[in-house]
Write a protein that binds this ligand. Structure first.
Ligand code: NAD
Length: 338
């Protein structure tokens, strides 16, 4: 099947070309993000493959449909960038990769905590300048600290296991608590305000939905322990960035590790060096010595890329053969409590 692959980079091309040896689809690698303006590039392709910073709103989906697209294949787990109700009305099934490597994302979250706490980014910059002073690099033992895991799904539970290995005390919040996991890890489920009140480190692993939008806002930040570390490897809009900046300026929040940012579209995945950064909120965040930002790279391991390519191409083959779409995302299933 002809597949228009949007927002692709060299690592996508390599992983998809390798996996496609088994599937034999016709892959068109496109650099632009998929938006209503670029959707016509998919004309004549029955399948489009899109990534997290594409914008599949009603206009984009209509343009895809008019160009002959019949399937939207997301090469991501998250689907907050797709108007699922509009896709359903247009008769465009949407498939995704529900799980490709929870380890990749959880390990990155922990990497951010370790680097932030022990100030590895600053130490690295210092010694490269032959500045071997240790002033200002004091961290804390993770052992015995309380980690609040917000969302104990596939990724959150892996992160919880890793933190348990450090000897941390675990608190969890999820509207679908898993008592088996709680027993296995000694994790205690609490309500969100309690988690914020007690945690030394808060790590976000819920998807972005209307219910979780700005789940960390000014009030949530104010309720956290002074000196808390906040880590977000899930979706940018879980955190109110302006409120976070205020809490960092006051010193209430001791550090933030961010792999995602609420306005990352058009910035992350691009080389903008040499350009003037137009986003003042991101520029302010980047100015803090105790903020560590990576550009949505938590998924970026060899294993995850290979799994993403394999499952995406299998999803498309299933559609082509008229088989049931086990990884279809339906509007009515968008997360609600069980
Ligand atoms: P998952 O569906 O396995 O787990 C999410 C958990 O959140 C579930 O246990 C669910 O019950 C819980 N949840 C959902 N809404 C909730 C709410 N309103 N209140 C309380 N709990 C709620 O998902 P996952 O595979 O663990 O992925 C989590 C998120 O990580 C994804 O949605 C995606 O946004 C993000 N992600 C980021 C990257 C990256 O590269 N940075 C890569 C993959 C996934």
């Amino acid at each position: 099947m002809k597949i228009a692959m949007f927002d692709t980079h060299r690592y996508d091309r390599e992983a998809f070309e390798e996996a496609n040896v088994r599937f034999g689809h016709e892959l068109s690698f496109l650099e632009p993000r998929l938006t209503k303006e670029t959707a016509t590039l998919a004309s004549g392709h029955p399948a489009v493959c899109s990534f997290v910073n594409d914008k599949l709103d009603l206009d984009a989906l209509q343009a895809l449909r008019a160009g002959g697209t019949r399937l939207v294949a997301l090469r991501s787990a998250g689907y907050n960038h797709v108007d699922l109700a509009a896709a359903a009305r247009l008769g465009l099934p949407v498939v995704r990769v529900p799980e490709y490597s929870p380890y990749a994302v959880a390990e990155h979250a922990v990497a951010l905590v370790l680097a932030l706490n022990r100030k590895i980014h600053r130490a690295h910059a210092r010694v490269r300048e032959w500045n071997f002073s240790l002033d200002g690099l004091v961290g804390f033992d993770l052992h015995g600290k309380t980690v609040g895991v917000v969302g104990t799904g596939r990724i959150g539970r892996v992160a919880a296991r890793i933190f348990q290995g450090f000897g941390c005390r675990l608190l969890g919040y999820d509207f679908r608590p898993d008592q088996g996991l709680a027993a296995e890890l000694g994790l205690t489920y609490v309500e969100l305000p309690e988690l914020f009140r007690q945690a030394d480190i808060v790590s976000l692993h819920v998807p972005l939905t209307p219910a979780t939008h700005h789940v960390i806002d000014a009030a949530a930040l104010a309720s956290m322990k002074p000196g808390v570390l906040v880590v977000n490897t899930s979706r940018g809009a879980l955190i109110d960035s302006r409120a976070l900046i205020k809490a960092l300026k006051s010193g209430h929040v001791a550090g933030a590790g961010l792999d995602v940012y609420e306005e990352e579209e058009g910035i992350f995945f691009q080389d903008l060096s040499g350009k003037v950064l137009q986003d003042d909120v991101l520029a302010r965040l980047l100015s803090f010595p105790n903020v560590l930002i990576t550009a949505h790279q938590a998924f970026l391991t060899k294993e995850a890329l290979a799994n993403i390519a394999q499952v995406t191409l299998a999803n498309i083959s299933a559609f082509e053969k008229g088989q049931p779409l086990e990884n279809e995302v339906r509007a009515e299933e968008v997360l609600r409590p069980r």
